[in-house]
Write a protein that binds this ligand. Structure first.
Ligand SMILES: NC(=O)c1ccc[n+]([C@@H]2O[C@H](COP(=O)([O-])OP(=O)(O)OC[C@H]3O[C@@H](n4cnc5c(N)ncnc54)[C@H](O)[C@@H]3O)[C@@H](O)[C@H]2O)c1
Length: 436
């Protein structure tokens, strides 16, 4: 009864006797699934295609000797291998973890190193950038232009291997790089005394940020520390094992103690987080592109002699300094970065000059009639400074090559051009100096 209510067309349906089934087609059993796969399973084919391509890419380079690279040259594959380690363990084991012979996908050319130079628009930084670019590396300069100048790096504008970022290192920054040369810091007394709190913050927070970056991307980190960490030294010449004699509350402490803290942070990141670090303790350096009126003794004397002003000597002029030409320093920094030793290393010229002797060399080079004027010495001015560079000689195979009498004329022609040439504004201000 119920079925009749639901289906009422049975009277008109053909009787079972009238039904004749179609003859079976056996090939349909094969063709139908293929049709179905072709229609509905395109994704499977895409995946199979990717698998075949991956196989081809990973097998082919193994037969090409050209795609193996020596350990001394970094490639992007190293960045990959190191960032992988970072993800897995939270730490990086640095350069030692790079496996030579890593394959670079076909069609990608091996590049030079990618290097950040903080403070790269400054005096030392810009010379370092010149050398790194000449070596074929890609360089990113990070600078807030407090004492640096665009003119120092302008000749690289337009070079695809050069980038310039206006940035203060007290703010964090993320860049994928192989090496970090950390120079950013006001370096002369005039500049660091201008804003002492900012100086110590740059040294502490700036260094912390750059070490954090090094840890995150597995980069090697080099700190440019200073001979000022020895303070007014009770040991002469200064060896790296000497802990120094520093006034923690003086007018120079923002710089001296700032650099000492930066060294501490650097070593703690090395010991605690496995970051590859290098520490250079730089002694007085001079050369082209130094700030003209920065209160450092060589730039003071040269600028004064060129302007026909008396050379101001502070105290009795018997305090000593050693003067290193900038190209020697840059060579030392690069050897330190590429070498296997953490440091600290003294980088300076052991040739020792009193301030009066330096004034004489400046007179001989620029103006024999230049007068010398004595003034009261500045607070905490160290009496003696001379690096012991035995460690750098032994472990880095480094020693300075350029004597003061050879290097000074190169600096003089740069200063002459900037004072009397297109940078006349620089020539107006008064010089306050110490024998730094
Ligand atoms: N030249 C030397 O005799 C000497 C000696 C000892 C140590 N050092 C060290 O070497 C490094 C370079 O010194 P330099 O002589 O070239 O000095 P510099 O003043 O010419 O260069 C320092 C650079 O750092 C930049 N800078 C400063 N604070 C910054 C910040 N917070 N963020 C970003 N950039 C910042 C400046 O604009 C400048 O370009 C410094 O760390 C200095 O302490 C130099």
């Amino acid at each position: 009864m119920g079925s009749e209510l639901i289906f009422r067309g049975h009277e008109t349906q053909p009787t079972p006797d009238a039904y004749s089934p179609k003859p079976p087609k056996p090939w349909l059993a094969v063709i139908r699934p293929i049709h179905y796969v072709l229609r509905e399973q395109r994704l499977v084919f895409v995946l199979v295609g990717i698998a075949i391509a991956t196989l081809v890419f990973s097998l082919l380079p193994a037969h090409h000797g050209n795609n193996h690279y020596p350990i001394s040259v970094s490639s992007d594959s190293r960045i990959l291998s190191e960032s992988t380690q970072l993800t897995h363990s939270g730490f990086v084991s640095g350069f030692g973890s790079f496996h030579p012979g890593g394959k670079v996908p076909l069609g990608l050319k091996r590049k030079g190193l990618r290097i950040v130079v903080t403070g790269g628009a400054g005096f030392v930084g810009s010379h370092l950038v010149d050398r790194l670019i000449a070596r074929g590396d890609s360089v990113i300069v990070v600078d807030n232009f407090f004492t640096g100048r665009k003119e120092n790096v302008m000749h690289h504008f337009g070079n695809p291997k050069f980038e310039l970022i206006r940035h203060d290192v007290v703010e964090p920054l993320l860049l994928e790089v192989d090496q970090i040369y950390h120079l950013a810091c006001p370096a002369s007394p005039v500049h660091y005394k201008f804003n002492p709190v900012k100086t110590i913050i740059s040294n502490v927070v700036g260094t912390l940020n750059m070490l954090g970056l090094a840890k995150r991307v597995g980069a090697r980190f080099l700190l440019t520390s200073t001979s000022e960490v020895y303070g007014d030294p009770l040991q002469h010449p200064q060896v790296e094992t000497y802990w120094g004699n520093v006034n923690p509350i003086g007018v120079r402490s923002c710089y001296d103690e700032g650099k000492r803290t930066a060294e501490t942070l650097t070593m703690d990141y090395h010991r605690g987080a496995g970051v590859e670090v290098r520490i250079a303790r730089i002694f007085n350096t001079y050369g082209p592109r130094m700030c003209i009126d920065d209160g450092r003794v060589v730039s003071n004397f040269v600028a004064q002699a060129l302007r026909k002003e008396p050379l101001t000597v502070y105290g009795d002029g018997k305090q000593t300094r050693s003067f290193q030409y900038v190209s020697d320093l840059v060579e030392g920094l690069m050897r330190l970065m590429e070498g296997e030793h953490v440091g600290p290393f003294n980088l300076g010229n052991p040739g020792e000059f009193t301030m009066l002797e330096l004034a004489q060399v400046v007179q001989e080079t620029i103006d024999p009639n230049a007068k010398i004027e004595f003034r009261a010495n500045t607070e905490d001015d160290p009496h003696k400074r001379k690096p012991d560079i035995t460690k750098a000689k032994d472990l880095l195979g480094w020693e300075p090559k350029v004597s003061l009498r050879k290097g000074l004329p190169l600096m003089v022609s740069d200063f002459r051009q900037r004072i009397f040439g297109d940078h006349k504004a620089d020539g107006a201000s008064t010089i306050t100096s110490s024998s730094v």
